[in-house]
Design a protein around this ligand. Structure first.
Ligand SMILES: Cc1cc2nc3c(=O)[nH]c(=O)nc-3n(C[C@H](O)[C@H](O)[C@H](O)COP(=O)(O)O)c2cc1C
Length: 345
């Protein structure tokens, strides 16, 4: 089983990723949060597209020792190709296309999951980028915009291209991040994109499952659902499996999760000491690059939205953390949390 850390805007920065790899690990690939074409530098005299923050996030020296895939959010093939070229100049061999972001400002411009609403335009975009891009292109997609019936057509489109890897967030755009996932749609992708059948389909696109994996049990349930929900209706001759999982919120909540799941390379019992050292490294990383207390606190508060769920009495501490206006107050609260509370994952 391969485990990937999902890109999470504002959370899985290079500071988070490096600390995660150092203290927990178990991750085969990390992904940058999306690099949006909205922020690209458009100066005609410059052949650079990435702004300073995005560049810092992908610089090899900030990502030493980890396998990293930069992710791009655009629906413009020329801009995608320009940024991919720039990314390749830093030594990367793969770029990921974001077809999953459900945020209104992104989808209104038919980017992210909004691009799925115009499949013909998406097809033309993929034709051009797969034709001209010097890098391997992996895709992170949702199942469609508002109806699961859209998925078949999207699978037909993906099947036409040498997609390096298709990461499937098993939800529609309209479902944002909550409600049931649709593992049966993943099984459909296994059948359609990993086929070698009598009908002449020879597609072999590697797949990666994403959505609500927060424990060994949830992973087991997804694998079971894959087969029970699909087997009869799809004429499956063998069981569909999941051999790659991308995890977002589950890892932010429990950074040791990938090493606690089946077939990870090493077992990991999480300790408060390691978690504290991990936390302190992230905090000092932000303090170093951001001026004033507020921006660093903002980042840490976002993290605690998820991490607090792994501690006893989390609500009480989360409220206090969110109220902290100074780093010194924040550190006192976190001291108390680590001293007085227990880890429950
Ligand atoms: C706060 C937040 C930020 C996210 N940012 C990104 C992003 O930059 N790129 C992306 O492809 N997905 C992004 N996602 C989606 C996650 O990568 C992932 O697909 C989603 O959370 C479902 O996986 P999970 O249930 O394991 O968290 C974001 C999700 C959240 C909650």
């Amino acid at each position: 089983m391969q485990y990937y850390l999902a890109p999470m805007e504002g959370i899985t920065t290079y500071i988070y990723r490096s600390a995660h790899a150092k203290y927990f690990g178990g991750i085969d690939k990390y992904f940058t949060p999306f690099i949006s074409d909205k922020n690209f530098i458009t100066d005609k005299n410059s052949n650079k597209s990435l702004n300073a923050k995005e560049l810092r996030d992908i610089l090899p020296e900030n990502n030493a020792g980890i396998a990293l895939v930069p992710q791009v959010l655009t629906n413009n093939a020329k801009r995608f190709l320009a940024v991919a070229k720039e990314i390749s100049s830093y030594g990367y061999d793969t770029v990921n296309l974001n077809l999953g972001c459900p945020s209104g400002t992104v989808t209104a411009k038919k980017r992210g999951a909004g691009f799925l609403s115009v499949p013909d335009e998406l097809d033309a975009f993929l034709y051009e980028v797969y034709d001209k891009c010097p890098l391997k292109i992996s895709v992170k997609t949702r199942l469609g915009v508002s109806d699961l019936s859209e998925w078949d057509n999207l699978l037909d489109i993906y099947a036409k291209y040498p997609v390096h890897e298709l990461i499937i967030h098993t939800r529609l755009l309209k479902e944002f991040y909550t409600g049931d996932t649709h593992p049966e749609a993943y099984a459909k992708a296994v059948i359609r994109l990993q086929a070698n059948d009598a009908a002449g389909n020879h597609s072999q696109i590697p797949l990666c499952y994403n959505g609500d994996i927060i424990s060994a049990k949830s992973l087991e349930d997804a694998v079971t659902a894959l087969n029970t929900d699909t087997r009869d209706s799809q004429n499956m001759t063998k069981s569909a499996t999941i051999d790659c999982v991308m995890i977002g919120r589950g890892i932010i909540q429990n950074p040791a999760l990938a090493r606690q799941l089946p077939s990870s390379r090493s077992e990991h019992v999480i300790s408060k000491e390691i978690w504290r050292a991990f936390h302190d490294e992230i905090l000092s990383g932000y303090i170093k690059i951001m001026s004033g207390d507020s921006p660093s606190l903002f980042k840490m508060k976002d993290l605690w939205t998820y991490m607090s769920r792994s501690f006893t009495n989390s609500e009480k501490y989360l409220k206090r953390i969110r109220k902290a206006n100074r780093i010194s107050d924040y550190v006192n609260i976190v001291d108390g949390l680590f001293r007085e509370q227990e880890i429950i994952v």
